[in-house]
Every structure is written in C-alpha cells, then in structure tokens.
Design a protein around this ligand. Structure first.
Ligand code: GDP
Ligand code: MG
Length: 334
C-alpha cells in the first residue's frame, strides 16, 4: 500500500439486524454506497482493479460498460508485466485500470489451471481493489472456488450483479448476511452491469480505494497502451530500415489514432522529420518508399494483433506547412 491510500474501515454486516441490513441495502441502491471519506478533488489517483468471478456472472459485460467501449479481452498478446491490462478509464481526477485474470478457471482442475491460478493469485495480490462479481442472491461451489483465491488483505467489493432479476428484495438481506460471513467485504454493491447509471455509480464507489499517484495512461486512453506503442515502434523500425543511414534519428513517429473495431484496427501515424530534404527521403520516388514502409508495417501489425489493419501514415516536417504533407494509406484488404 502506498502512503496516499486510506482504505475505509469495512462495516461488519454480520452483526447487523435485518432492519439495519435493509437500511444498508437502501443506502447501497442510492447514489453513494459509502461510509468512507469523500475523495479530495486535487491530486490524481490511479490504481489497479481486478474483476473476478465465476463464468457467466457478467464480468465482460461490466468491463465493457466500465471502459465505455467494446474491448478485446482474449486476444491480447502476453505482456511483460505481471498484469494484463484490459482497459482503463479516467473519470475526473481518477484513473481506473482494469486487469485481466485469465486463470480464474473453476471448471477443470488440471495442472495447467493450477499453475494459472497461482499466477492469478499473484496478480490479484497486488491490485488495489478486487471486484468480486456474483449473481445477486446466488452462491455456489464455483463462486466459492473463486472467493477462496482472494487475498484477505486487499479490499474486495461484493458486486451483486443482475439485480434486475431480483423481484423480492426481502430475500437479499439474509443472503447478504451469509456473504459477509464468507468474506470480509469492504462494500456491497447491488447493480446491473447493463444499466449505465449503475455503472457510473460504481466508479464513485471504487475511487476511494485507489492510491493517490500519477496516472499510468493518457486521460483518453481506453485500451492497452502497448498496442499503440508497438505500432509506433514497428513503423519506426521500417522507417529506419528502408531509408538506410541517411535519416537522422531525431525523426519520430506519433500515433494519432488507434481504434479497434472487432478484429479490425484503424491506425493513423505521423512521421515527423526535421527538414524538407528528409521528407523526400522517406517518400521516395513517386512515393514508393513511403508505400513500402506502410505496407511492411501493416503486415507486421496484422501479425501482432491477429486481425486486419488499416494504416494511414503522414509525413510532416516539424516546421513545415500543413497543406503539403505527404500521406500514404495502406489497407488491410487488398
Ligand atoms: P462473464 O462470463 O462473467 O464475462 O459474463 P458475461 O459478461 O459474458 O455475461 C453473461 C450473460 O449475462 C450475458 O448473456 C449477459 O448479457 C448477461 N448479463 C450480464 N450482466 C447482466 C445484468 O446486469 N442483468 C442481466 N439480466 N443480465 C446480465
Ligand atoms: Mg467473460
């Protein structure tokens, strides 16, 4: 834990009367389910959140709703860090970074899954917050297996999803009491992952568990930065390989756009050079060289992402005129 983090003291629900539980439920359903101090507006917060739960409870639905767009969860390449970042969202001063937990397998208990589970336990151990997703009013063996993997010292929110399917709220209080006896949950959040207002409310609930520290990503970034970063690196590599030694290393590649639509990536990049003469070197005769840079970079990006790529590359002179920028577009479908 970092200095800036002050996790609120969890309420011990197991000692509450049914009336108190009902009152708590009412409070949880209103705007803020919080007994914690409000987050100061000055200063950035940023932290890792693991969304865990057995299959089919609504984790993917929730993650997509939190990030605000459909993001690819399964197709990511292995990352160098222990965490696979699946998405991020910045709301006000706080950046929420969601990590994937691919090993939370509860169906089979073979050696591979056991080793995956060990990895996951590691990953879950150093996140700032765990969101444990169950279907409201339910808890079975598969839920229990996931719950057993949660570390005791990381705050965990009990997210009772699919609350829209609960018609008799009176039944929830005893279930909630049982849940609190199973694990010392910091908070209880009844909601529906497919309800936008519930999802927005969840940000406010999670925020206070994240440490005060600088953001890890840009405010607008929603998906894994390394794909963007890799795209710039690949273009840079092709650029220097195809232009030989003539081009100064001060030339840079900026990714202006990196959009994912299912299996398709739309990438726009700008190569920024120092002088007009450098621009000519990159473009080549009749634009041949720039076209080759684009085509080779695109092929490599397609291999990397496992999908189609539309790549658009511009060349700009740092002090140059916007209207004489050269451009090449290469397409994933030929
Ligand atoms: P995951 O396996 O945990 O990632 O679960 P999914 O996100 O794939 O969701 C499983 C199913 O539950 C899908 O059919 C979703 O549409 C549905 N679902 C998710 N959240 C809710 C909810 O809040 N209410 C209802 N009624 N259905 C939901
Ligand atoms: Mg899923």
């Amino acid at each position: 834990m970092t200095d800036g983090k002050k996790a609120p003291t969890p309420t011990d629900l197991s000692t509450q009367s049914p009336d108190a539980l009902e009152a708590m439920l009412t409070q949880a359903m209103s705007t803020r389910a919080s007994n914690a101090p409000a987050v100061p507006t000055a200063g950035q917060r940023c932290g890792l959140i693991a969304i865990v739960g057995k299959p089919n409870v609504g984790k993917s639905t929730l993650l997509n709703a939190l990030v605000g767009q459909k993001i690819s969860i399964t197709s990511r390449k292995a990352q160098t860090t222990r965490h696979r970042i699946t998405g991020m969202r910045t709301v006000g001063p706080t950046q929420f970074v969601f990590v994937d937990t691919p090993g939370f397998q509860t169906r089979h208990s073979n050696a591979l899954n056991r080793s995956l589970n060990r990895t996951v336990v590691g990953a879950v151990n150093d996140v700032d917050l765990i969101v444990f997703v169950v279907e409201a009013g339910q808890f079975n063996q598969a839920d229990a297996k996931v719950l057993a993997l949660l570390p005791a010292n990381t705050p965990a929110i009990l997210l009772a999803n699919k609350f829209d399917l609960i018609h008799r709220r009176a039944e929830i209080a005893p279930w909630l009491k049982e849940m609190q006896e199973r694990h010392n949950f910091a908070e209880f959040v009844p909601m529906s992952a497919n309800n936008a207002r519930d999802v927005e409310r969840l940000f406010g609930i999670c925020e206070k568990y994240l440490p005060e520290q600088p953001w890890m990503y840009g405010a607008d970034e929603l998906t894994d930065r390394s794909d963007r970063f890799m795209a710039a690196e690949i273009i840079r590599e092709k650029l220097f390989r195809l232009t030989g030694d003539e081009l100064p290393y001060t030339s840079t590649v900026i990714i202006d756009k990196y959009e994912e639509e299912g299996n398709l990536r739309r990438v726009a990049a700008t190569i920024v050079v120092e002088r007009d003469g450098h621009k000519g070197m990159i473009i080549g005769e009749k634009g041949e060289k720039l076209k080759r840079i684009g085509t080779e970079a695109r092929h490599e990006l397609e291999t990397l992402t496992g999908g189609k790529v539309f790549l658009e590359i511009w060349v700009k002179v740092r002090s140059g005129w916007a209207d004489d920028d050269a451009r090449v577009k290469t397409f994933g479908y030929e």
